[in-house]
Design a binder for this molecule. Structure first.
Ligand SMILES: NC(=O)c1ccc[n+]([C@@H]2O[C@H](COP(=O)([O-])OP(=O)(O)OC[C@H]3O[C@@H](n4cnc5c(N)ncnc54)[C@H](OP(=O)(O)O)[C@@H]3O)[C@@H](O)[C@H]2O)c1
Length: 265
């Protein structure tokens, strides 16, 4: 099995994000990465970086060991039908990042010959900052290591139970959108209190990055750090409480649950 050769089958938004992250990290040489989609012109930018691009899913599979399926849920059945006879035990590991398709359904379509994983990265793969949740169903240690290594190239990786993959999709993959909307609102507030948009963005982006790194490095609960910022009767607590009166935490939690309800349907 060549674990240093990767095919991304269906290279759209998330496929491109992963490839951009791999190009940045450089552990896997560009010539060892093959990306496919039907509208191949859309992949011109990565082709210039040395990535092989093709419309031929079978040739991509024949050249690679790690096969990442990155198509939309409505395309995965036809893709699996197309490639299944070309998957070889000892050579291939199949990794589906398609949301909502269980390993059992993939196995029903392709059989039991090759190891099957699901993975849920997010678009910050492109800057090496994804959190990628992976799961499998009794894979060997060496196979788990190969899949983990792939996603470690674009951020951090954690193995979870398959039962939690829908939740991982909401919290990690959709989560990026929630955070970006929060950032946008902070910037709008910053402009209203006097900054131009560029300066407001710079302050907010670094503040959000700093808050996340504080929690990652210190392993503290957010409220522990919030207590350090909230002087009694001060401006921070007044603002925070005003946000809560207007449903700040509640609206975020409701949004996450609404997304989850939608994905579970
Ligand atoms: N976007 C995210 O943040 C994210 C994060 C984690 C997981 N996911 C999951 O990843 C999957 C893809 O999401 P996405 O946002 O990247 O969608 P997307 O941008 O639509 O990418 C899917 C790509 O698959 C290609 N495709 C479709 N049929 C194909 C075929 N027969 N052969 C080769 N390529 C084919 C399409 O390109 P052509 O039409 O040119 O073939 C398209 O660019 C979804 O299931 C999603 O849930 C997405």
């Amino acid at each position: 099995m060549n674990r240093n050769k990767v095919a991304i089958i269906g290279c759209g938004n998330i496929g491109l994000s992963i490839i951009q992250g791999l190009l940045k990290e450089k552990t896997i040489p560009a010539k060892n990465i093959t990306a496919t989609r039907r509208n191949i012109g859309e992949l011109a930018s990565i082709r210039k970086s040395g990535i092989k691009t093709t419309t031929d899913n079978i040739s991509a599979i024949n050249e690679s060991g790690l096969i990442v399926i990155a198509v939309k849920p409505y395309d995965i059945v036809s893709i699996l039908e197309e490639i299944k006879d070309h998957l070889k035990p000892e050579k291939h590991i199949l990794i589906s990042i398609t949301a909502g398709i269980p390993i059992s359904q993939i196995r029903d379509l392709i059989g039991n010959l090759v190891p099957v994983f699901r993975a849920m990265p997010n678009i910050s793969s492109s800057v090496g900052k994804s959190v990628s949740c992976i799961c499998h169903n009794g894979a060997k240690e060496v196979e788990i290591e190969a899949v983990k290594n792939l996603f470690d190239n674009v951020g951090t990786t954690m193995t979870i139970d398959e039962d939690l993959m829908q939740s991982a999709t909401i919290l990690g993959a959709c989560g990026i959108a929630y955070v970006l909307r929060f950032i946008r609102a902070m910037i709008q507030g910053g402009i209203q209190i006097g900054f131009d948009a560029v300066t407001a963005s710079a302050i907010v982006n670094q503040t959000v990055k700093g808050a996340a790194e504080l929690l990652i490095e210190r392993h503290q609960h957010p409220e522990f750090e919030i207590d350090k910022v909230t002087t009694p009767k001060g401006c921070t607590i007044v603002g925070l409480n005003e946000m809560e009166h207007n449903g700040f935490s509640s609206s975020l939690i409701k949004g996450i649950v609404a997304s989850f309800d939608k994905i579970e349907k």
